[in-house]
Design a protein around this ligand. Structure first.
Ligand code: KG4
Ligand code: ZN
Length: 355
C-alpha cells in the first residue's frame, strides 16, 4: 500500500525530476513518488574517460546541450506533455557548481514558461528515495528507523532516517568517498573510468582473497576512511613493479584481477562493518543502500547475507545518478505543500542530516 497522503488538489501527482549534479544528464517522470513513467539518462562517461576522471568544464557544457533533449525524451517516453506535469523537481546540491547551475537554471526556466511549481531536492535525499521506486516501500515493509548507506563518487554517508524527510548524519567518510576510492584504485590497476564497474568486472575472475588489503577503521565511530586503503594498494603495486604504469610495465592480468578483488573486498567489508554497527546502535528496522557504489553486486550480495534486518536496494540502474530518484524524493517533500522556489540557488556543498 502506498502512502495515502496526496498533494492538495491532485489525484495522481506527476513530477518531472531533473538531475545534473555530476556527469549524468538525467530526467524522469514519476507518478506518486513510486511509479516510473520514464527515466532517461545521458551519460557523459565516454567524454570523461580519456581524462581518467570528470572534468567540470566539460560536464557543464555537456549538460547544457543535453538537458532539454533529455527532458523532451522523458516526456515522450511517458506519453505526456508538459500539461500533465504537476511539479518540476531539480537537484540543487551537492555536486559540481557549474553542473548544478545548468539544472537549476533550466528548471527555473521550465517552471516559469510552463507555470508549474518548482522544488529543489538534495541529491543525497534522492539516493535515499530511490528505495521507494518500483514498490520497494521500506516504510511499509519494515518501518522506521532505517539506516541509509549512501555510497557514491562524492559521498559515503550513514544517515539515520527516523521518519519521512527526517535525517541524522551518523557517519561519513573522513577522506575519500567509496566510489572515489574505486575510481583511484582502477587507475592504479590500469582500468578505465568509472572505476567501480571495471573493478567489479575484473573481480569476477578471482576466486578468493589471495592478496588481502587492510580494512581501515576509526575506533568508537561510524566514520569511514578509504585513503589508507588506496595508499596500501599503491605501495603493493610499486613493490611489485607495476606502478606507476609506464609503457613497458603495467599489471599482469592476474595482478589486475587479484587486486581488484582484494580492493573490492576491503571496501565492502568496511561499508558492511559500519552499517551493521549503525543498525545495532540505533535499533534500526531496515537498511537502505543508495548511490553508485550500491550498484556493486558483491556489496549487495554480502550486505543481504550479513544483515539481520531487511536490506532495500534499488536495482543498479537506479543506484547510479538518475532523475527518477529526484522525482521520488520530490513527491514526499511535496506532501508539505506546493512550493515555488524561483529564488533557489545551487548549493555545491549541501549536506544531509546535520542539525
Ligand atoms: O551516485 P553516482 O552515480 O554519482 C555520484 O553522485 O557521485 O556514483 C558514481 C560512483 C563512481 O565513483 C563509480 O565508480 C561508482 O559510483 N560505481 C560503482 C559501481 N557502479 C558505479 N562502484 C562499485 N561497483 C559498481 N558496480
Ligand atoms: Zn549520486
Amino acid at each position: 500500500m502506498r502512502r495515502a497522503i496526496k498533494v492538495k488538489g491532485y489525484e495522481l501527482v506527476n513530477v518531472l525530476g531533473i538531475e545534473t549534479s555530476c556527469d549524468d544528464t538525467a530526467a524522469a517522470v514519476i507518478t506518486d513518488g513510486t511509479i516510473i513513467k520514464s527515466n532517461v539518462v545521458a551519460s557523459q562517461s565516454d567524454m570523461h574517460k580519456k581524462y581518467g576522471g570528470i572534468i567540470p568544464e566539460i560536464a557543464s557544457r555537456e549538460h547544457f546541450t543535453a538537458l532539454i533533449p533529455v527532458v523532451n525524451e522523458a516526456l515522450e517516453q511517458a506519453s505526456m506533455t508538459y500539461k500533465n506535469i504537476d511539479a518540476i523537481a531539480v537537484t540543487n546540491g551537492p555536486g559540481l557548481a557549474g553542473s548544478l547551475l545548468i539544472g537549476v537554471n533550466s528548471a527555473k526556466g521550465l517552471s516559469m514558461s510552463w507555470e508549474k511549481p518548482l522544488i529543489g531536492i538534495n541529491h543525497l535525499e534522492g539516493h535515499i528515495y530511490s528505495a521507494w521506486l518500483e514498490d520497494l516501500e521500506p516504510d511499509h515493509k519494515a518501518g522506521f528507523p532505517i539506516v541509509c548507506l549512501i555510497a557514491s563518487g562524492g559521498h559515503t554517508d550513514l544517515v539515520l532516517m527516523t521518519d519521512h524527510l527526517e535525517y541524522q548524519l551518523i557517519g561519513r567518510t573522513r577522506d575519500d568517498a567509496a566510489g572515489e576510492a574505486f575510481d583511484k584504485a582502477a587507475r592504479v590497476l590500469g582500468l578505465g573510468f568509472p572505476g567501480g564497474p571495471e573493478i567489479q568486472k575484473m573481480s569476477e575472475e578471482a576466486k578468493e582473497e589471495i592478496l588481502p588489503l587492510p580494512r581501515p577503521e576509526i575506533k568508537e565511530s561510524l566514520d569511514f576512511s578509504f585513503s589508507g586503503l588506496k595508499t596500501a594498494l599503491v605501495r603493493r603495486a610499486e613493490s611489485e613493479g607495476f606502478y606507476p604504469i609506464l609503457e613497458s610495465n603495467g599489471p599482469s592480468h592476474y595482478q589486475t584481477t587479484e587486486y581488484s578483488f582484494a580492493f573490492q573486498e576491503a571496501v565492502v567489508d568496511c561499508l558492511i562493518r559500519n552499517t551493521k554497527k549503525a543498525v545495532l546502535e540505533n535499533n534500526a528496522r531496515a537498511v537502505i543502500l543508495g548511490g553508485g557504489v550500491a550498484a556493486n553486486s558483491r556489496l549487495r550480495k554480502r550486505m543481504n547475507e550479513i544483515m539481520d534486518v531487511p536490506v532495500f536496494t534499488p536495482r543498479p540502474g537506479l543506484c547510479t545518478d538518475n532523475g527518477a530518484m529526484i522525482g521520488a524524493a520530490a513527491f514526499f517533500n511535496l506532501q508539505n505543500g506546493l512550493p515555488s522556489e524561483l529564488d533557489m540557488d545551487a548549493v555545491p556543498n549541501l549536506r544531509i542530516g546535520l542539525t
